[in-house]
Design a binder for this molecule. Structure first.
Ligand code: ADP
Ligand code: MG
Length: 679
């Protein structure tokens, strides 16, 4: 019975139970799903003569010299005994544990498990090994689980508790039906549970692990997908004529890339297919997502419908408006801008136009989610640079029409694997090709000794007519740190280059002021923009070709890549210089990756790899539970299987609500607690 309290297990009293509870473990079931971090192989007993330094091994040896304790410092004792088998001998050492001196008798044999090392004089020793008496071995001969512990729980306590838990659990009820297990080659729960903790061999462990990774990802997928069920299966507005899009494409001043064409094709198919579109378009910075969005808008409008596009900042909204006006020139499409900063009367005019249908397209900031905005016939909702919007805002936009088609444009380089999870409800198009002729941004990681030269380089470029960004981690000086801050740096630069106009922008400024500064930079009045990461998102200033990033060690890989995407948008050679401090390995890898690649998808994968499963930027922030066993990077093949399985279940008769899935459904519901629900 897995719902028993752990206090019913042997050796777990109230006090220990309280410690387990801190880890969220109160029942036998909780305990069983507390998976080991790694295992120690104590199946093979080696001879002392055949093991090498650094080996972590089991050996069987007799005590030749019983433990003796010496005090080496006031606060430290060392206890040593010598043991031997018929091939050699070794010293067994304990620090600050003189009590062991009474435990081991001369001539007696024991089994030891530990790591073979050398002391300062080159003598072999093993420190604080695990020792079992012959005839009373518990873990010798087994592969032993090592749990992710901290605090007062020891491996021994958890290992024993786990053994009792497995016994107490008895026959665990399977919740992944045989049909699905067969299809995806997933082990049965009782086999898997035993072998994830105490595997009989490496192969059994792999099989067990695969089951629980699949299990975890399937549960997650089900909980996400079934929540979104209503959204993704709704009947949609049928856009009958998709042929007309060709007129728009032919009128563009450039030829679309293959990836842009493919994505447009996928969108048009969705919009004419009868169900409401829910599509995420992922494209690296500069891959030309705006033209793709415009093609969708054009088609909707030429079919007599309306579209709305939401951008995360005023300046981006305005840029989109200008871009669309130019693209739709002479095509009889009326685009209106709606931003929070507009006067009431102006806004009212836009509301009216949307409601009467005299405006075909509304482009705006968060202002477009306000209730005042209503449409005559909204068919298409586009959210640009989606990562700045919550899922809820997306839903509110969608509520303005009758199941409008939804298109989300994202330049956040989320690896496909993670996108599959985060956007399990969405179809995904990837624009994995840049327009021809784009040169990669030349990227360098430098130290302080290069500072003069780098700033001289910035000056030279600016005097030659281009512009530069300088990015700092902080706005103002903070007492404890020697990080570069934007305000001071801006002042210092202004003093050094009196003839160059330098601007300052950061998140603490009022939106209106930020907007003014950005507009001045866009117009070319400001030559050097000193800024915090507020410039990260989507702004297009093609004349800026140099970016300097101060304290680059403070930024994540994906963020650095986003920042770098602000330059290299014109035809000129572009440069990104990162000042990185410290010799942290992760920082070094980040810098290396940035210098080696301009590919956002590659970079985000590296980011995921470097960060590991628990702390990838997206997961917490998006309200996903922390993965217990799945590694989103390593396990992406299993993720694919889990998603297929989830889709299979949801499209079956009765879907997840079919009685046979009751247990699985309950697990899915319990996974994401209500306060972090995504929509
Ligand atoms: P992002 O995907 O980052 O939103 P944009 O849509 O802003 O990229 O496009 C970046 C730049 O590339 C724009 O100046 C746009 O005019 C240009 N562009 C887009 N598609 C093409 C193409 N197929 N050929 C040439 N230039 C293109
Ligand atoms: Mg864009």
């Amino acid at each position: 019975m897995i719902d028993k309290k752990i206090t019913e297990l042997k050796g777990i009293g109230e006090k220990r139970a309280a410690i387990f509870q801190k880890k969220g473990i109160t029942t036998v079931e909780d305990l069983l799903y507390f998976f080991p971090r790694t295992h120690e192989d104590r199946t093979k007993i080696k001879k002392l003569g055949e093991c090498a330094d650094g080996d972590e091994i089991c050996f069987r040896a007799a005590v030749r010299m019983p433990p003796q304790t010496v005090r080496v410092r006031r606060s430290m004792t060392v206890t040593t005994m010598t043991v031997e088998d018929d091939t050699g001998s070794i010293a067994v050492v304990w620090y600050n544990n003189p009590y062991v001196g009474t435990l081991y008798r001369n001539g007696e044999e024991y089994v030891f498990f530990g790591k073979i090392i050398r002391d300062k004089r080159g003598k072999r020793q093993v420190v604080n090994p695990i020792i079992e008496e012959i005839g009373k071995e518990r873990f010798t001969g087994k592969i032993v689980p090592i749990y992710p512990l901290s605090g007062s729980l020891t491996q021994k306590i958890v290992q024993s508790a786990m053994e009792s838990a497995l016994d107490a659990a008895g026959d665990i009820e399977e919740y992944i039906l045989e049909d699905i297990r067969g299809r995806f080659q997933i082990a049965e729960i009782n086999f898997a549970m035993r072998n994830i903790h105490f595997p009989t061999d490496a192969k059994s462990y792999e099989i067990a692990r695969r089951r629980f990774v699949f299990d975890e990802l399937l549960t997650l997928q089900l909980s996400l997908l079934s929540r979104k069920d209503g959204l993704s299966k709704a009947d949609g507005i049928v856009i009958e004529n998709t042929e007309c899009c060709g007129d728009f494409i032919n009128a563009l001043p450039y030829k679309l890339t293959g990836a842009q064409m493919r994505t447009i094709g996928e969108i048009l198919k969705d919009m004419s297919g009868g169900a409401a579109m829910n599509r995420l378009v992922q494209g690296d910075v500069g891959s030309g997502k705006t033209a793709v969005a415009a093609a969708a808008i054009y088609t909707a409008v030429k079919n007599g419908r309306q579209a709305v596009m939401m951008a995360p900042t005023e300046i981006l909204a305005r840029q989109h408006k200008e871009t669309l006006d130019a693209m739709f020139d002479g095509m009889d499409i009326r685009v209106s801008l709606l931003t929070g900063g507009m006067k009431k009367a102006e806004k009212r005019r836009v509301y009216e136009a949307a409601e009467l249908g005299t405006a075909d397209v509304i482009i705006g900031t968060h202002a477009v989610i306000q209730d005042e905005l209503a449409f005559r016939d909204l068919a298409l909702v586009i959210a640009d640079e989606q990562h700045r919007f919550g899922v809820e805002q997306r839903a509110r936009l969608a509520a303005k029409g009758h199941n409008p088609h939804i298109l989300i444009m994202s330049a956040t380089p989320i690896p496909r694997t993670l996108a599959l999870i985060l956007y399990g409800d969405l179809d995904i198009s990837v624009i994995d090709e840049l327009p021809p002729g784009r040169k990669p941004v030349k990227t360098y990681a430098v130290g302080e000794n290069m500072r003069r030269r780098i700033y001289a380089f910035v000056e030279k470029n600016v005097l030659a007519g281009s512009q530069a960004y300088i990015v700092c981690p902080l706005v103002e000086e903070s007492e404890k740190s020697d990080l570069k801050n934007a305000s001071d740096l801006c002042e210092a630069l202004a003093a050094s280059y009196p003839d160059i106009k330098i601007g300052l922008m950061h998140g603490k400024m009022r939106p209106k002021l930020k907007d003014e500064v950005m507009t001045e930079f866009l117009n070319g009045d400001i030559k050097i923009l000193v800024s915090t990461t507020v410039i990260e998102v989507g702004v297009n200033v093609p004349n800026a070709n140099v970016m300097v990033i101060e304290n680059a060690e403070r930024f994540g890989l994906s963020q650095l890549h986003q920042l770098r995407g602000r330059v290299g948008r014109g035809g000129d050679e572009a440069y990104c210089v990162m000042f990185a401090h410290g010799d942290n390995d992760v920082t070094k890898m980040r810098m290396k990756t940035m210098c080696a690649s301009n590919d956002g998808f590659y970079i985000s994968e590296q980011d995921l790899k470097l960060r590991g499963p628990g702390d990838f930027f997206g997961t917490r922030q998006h309200g996903l539970p922390e993965m217990k066993i799945a590694n989103l990077f390593e396990d992406r093949d299993i993720l694919k299987d889990a998603q297929d399985a989830a889709r299979f279940i949801l499209t079956e008769d009765g879907g997840i609500n079919a009685p046979k899935y009751a247990a699985l459904k309950k697990r899915a519901e319990n996974l994401i607690s209500d306060d972090v629900v995504m929509n």
